[in-house]
Design a binder for this molecule. Structure first.
Ligand SMILES: Cc1cc2nc3c(=O)[nH]c(=O)nc-3n(C[C@H](O)[C@H](O)[C@H](O)COP(=O)(O)OP(=O)(O)OC[C@H]3O[C@@H](n4cnc5c(N)ncnc54)[C@H](O)[C@@H]3O)c2cc1C
Length: 404
């Protein structure tokens, strides 16, 4: 095995409830030589495939499970450009200019994902949403004010809402919030499968289940060994293996943890949450929520610093109860009940940022080491950087996320 095999999530995710049409796939690759292999058919692999679809390359996508059945199926899929760490926090680590460049890169990633979904009419329940960062016990009103000043200084679109306006405008009981547009909610499994379907229609091959168990990288090509004994040779390899990362990737400060999420039963209406924003509460542990098209609230948080799957899954009822109680505190008029509750492996890093790029010491291998709550936006940034790498160029944001 080249990547560790993990129990990435519990059963019970909302997104696995819908029936999906079958995707054309093979159990073995049709050829022995391709230009590009993508390992991983989750949202990261699907976005990478989409990003390189017009380059005229022969591409094989391999997954040891099936499409969108890893972490992607656990995601609450709030699509945000605002990063887990505030601009102020990132500025303390990287300096203001670089922190602002990272925020701008995140905004550009989201815009490119949106453009793609809309231009290609991708059926994934995409809805544009405003996002609210509301004050909590980790960052209060004063901290949010300082953040607003910094964002304004760097031209990042954002405005202020005081407690009264937050209550009357959004039904939320907190002292203040930052508001920003250009965010979205979507169905992560639908997005991934729709992108893969297009990739297959454009000539790419999906091979699943196929476990890549060996990689030999040289300056001329990369050889992949599969669990069924097949060997493939590719010019370049893009690793999109999610939280099952290559051992060769530098992982200083990267930590796997557990997280929990729930979806309420559909409610008669959601007028108690006008405009249905994405909400991120700046508390520790944090709480976040969004809505779904059938009038549910999807919420999550309560991270804990262990990955043991049995322990994680045993805690689902208790963690879902805590998330529900916190929802009721934040939204005094909310009366929903839990219909789905699930748990997943997640990753954090001190900066909340992923590492993306060519893997040091492994020629012709590109990878993403995902971390933080903006996983899907980061997957799009990674796809854009990978596209330039495949073309033999350097994306302007490559240095912001490169492996250290
Ligand atoms: C509960 C929860 C809530 C989240 N909420 C959000 C959110 O609101 N917004 C957001 O942006 N992000 C969120 N995330 C993060 C986001 O879901 C992840 O960043 C994203 O799903 C990762 O996708 P991926 O394709 O990289 O990984 P995966 O979906 O896990 O796909 C990786 C694939 O690689 C395959 N693979 C691994 N090794 C091999 C191998 N050797 N050979 C063949 N195949 C292999 C696996 O089988 C797997 O299918 C959340 C995550 C969780 C768990």
């Amino acid at each position: 095995m080249i990547t560790p095999q993990r129990d990435l999530r519990s059963a019970g995710s909302l997104w696995l409830n819908d029936r999906q049409t079958a995707l054309r796939h093979r159990s073995r690759p049709a050829r022995q030589v391709y230009d590009i292999a993508i390992v991983g058919a989750g949202v990261s692999g699907a976005l990478a495939a989409s990003a390189i679809a017009d380059l005229g390359k022969s591409v094989v996508i391999l997954d040891r499970r099936g499409p969108a059945t890893g972490s992607t199926a656990a995601s609450t899929a709030m699509i945000q450009w605002e990063i887990d760490k505030t601009l102020g926090e990132l500025a303390q680590t990287f300096g203001e200019d670089r922190a602002a460049a990272i925020y701008r890169s995140s905004l550009a990633g989201l815009v490119s994902l949106r453009r793609q979904v809309i231009a290609q009419r991708i059926d994934c329940d995409w809805v544009d949403r405003t996002a609210l960062t509301v004050s909590g016990d980790a960052i209060g009103q004063r901290g949010l004010k300082a953040e607003l000043g910094l964002r304004e200084k760097h031209g990042l679109p954002c405005y202020w809402l005081n407690g009264r306006d937050l209550r009357t405008g959004y039904g939320i009981d907190r002292t203040a919030a930052l508001v920003n547009g250009m965010n979205a909610e979507l169905h992560p499994v639908k997005l991934t499968r729709a992108l893969l379907k297009r990739a297959i229609e454009s000539g790419m091959e999906l091979v699943a289940p196929a476990d890549v168990t060996a990689i030999t990288a040289s300056t001329r090509h990369v050889t992949l060994g599969l669990n069924n004994g097949t060997e493939l040779r590719v010019a370049k390899l893009i690793m999109c293996s999610g939280y099952e990362a290559l051992p060769q990737i530098p992982k200083s400060n990267y930590r796997l943890i557990s997280t929990w999420a729930l979806a309420t039963a559909p409610m008669r209406d959601l007028t108690m949450l006008p405009a249905r924003p994405l909400i991120w509460e700046q508390s520790d542990p944090y709480l976040y929520l969004r809505t779904a098209p059938d009038n549910r609230i999807v919420a999550g948080g309560e991270d804990a610093s262990f990955v043991d799957a049995d322990k994680r899954d045993a805690l689902i009822p208790r963690k879902a109860g805590t998330i529900l109680r916190k929802l009721k505190q934040l939204l005094p008029e909310f009366k929903g009940e839990v219909e789905y509750a699930w748990a997943g492996t997640f990753a954090d890093s001190p900066t909340g940022l992923p590492s993306i790029g060519p893997v040091p010491g492994l020629p012709n291998v590109f990878a993403t080491l995902g971390a933080g709550g903006n996983g899907i936006t980061f997957s799009q940034i990674a796809a854009n950087i990978a596209r330039e790498w495949v073309r033999g160029r350097r994306h302007r944001d490559q240095a912001l996320f490169a492996f250290g």
